[in-house]
Write a protein that binds this ligand. Structure first.
Ligand code: C5P
Length: 229
């Protein structure tokens, strides 16, 4: 059966989440930003006062994480352990440790079934670092969005300014380079261009233009599937 799953991977600030939401909204698909799970894990770790190196504690939290999609919510929010996720997940404290926590193999394997369960529920767009390579390697359409690091840092900076933050551009650039490095160099499910993925260079495209491109790839695919049936 044609069970549409679209995966979008890429580095920090490539525009995956904005684009993924647009694609999901346009196609009427569910949407899962897998980064939220890693961020929630980092937040819960900080809340219990654990150290970022306390992988045993991180694993326990990951294994017991109860994730619910709020399907009626147009922003595709998640409820994690009974709490609707919030802006808190994007605080500097979490940004600083999330990639460190996410590199632990047992933490990753604990979060894998949660992501696969959600993905199996039907037409969905998944966004992350390993969704096309590890979480859903058989996805119908796999996309990898990229852009030069300076462009991605500028986008993140404008986002922060927009939301009233006063963080400097240079701090954003170094945080982003650090996360890129950790995400790409880790031993388990590093950030890679997944097999069969279509790479989109997004520096000169708006989020809507990227989303339109993805929707056209998907329509082509669906057209070909229909011809075969
Ligand atoms: O996408 P976002 O910036 O919210 O992700 C936060 C962090 O979570 C990433 O820097 C990465 O370390 C981790 N992550 C991951 N695998 C995913 C999604 C996110 O390792 N599929």
């Amino acid at each position: 059966m044609f069970q549409p799953v679209i995966t979008i991977d890429g580095p920090v600030g490539a525009g995956k989440t904005t684009v993924g939401r647009l694609v999901a909204g346009e196609l009427g698909f569910a949407f899962l930003d897998t980064g939220v799970l890693y961020r929630a894990l980092a937040m819960l770790l900080l809340r219990v006062g654990a150290d970022k190196d306390d992988y045993a504690q991180a694993e326990v939290i990951a294994r017991n994480m109860n994730v619910k999609m709020l399907l009626e919510d147009e922003h595709h929010m998640l409820e994690i352990n009974g709490e609707v996720v919030s802006e808190e997940l994007y605080s500097p404290d979490i940004e600083q440790i999330v990639s460190h926590v996410a590199q632990q193999p047992r933490v990753r394997s604990s979060l894998l079934p949660i992501q696969r369960d959600i993905a199996s529920t039907g037409p969905i767009v998944l966004v992350g670092r390993d969704v096309g390579s590890i979480v859903c390697p058989d996805a119908e359409l796999k996309i990898y969005i990229d852009a030069p690091v300076a462009v991605r840092a500028e986008r993140k900076y404008l986002e922060k300014i927009d939301s009233g933050d006063t963080i400097s551009k240079s701090i954003i650039l170094s945080l982003l380079q650090n996360r890129d490095e950790v995400d790409s160099d880790r031993d388990v499910s590093p950030l890679v261009v997944p097999e069969r993925a279509i790479v989109i260079q997004s520096e000169n495209l708006s989020a809507m233009q990227v989303a339109t491109l993805i929707i056209s790839y998907f329509s082509d695919l669906r057209g070909r599937e229909e011809q075969l049936t």
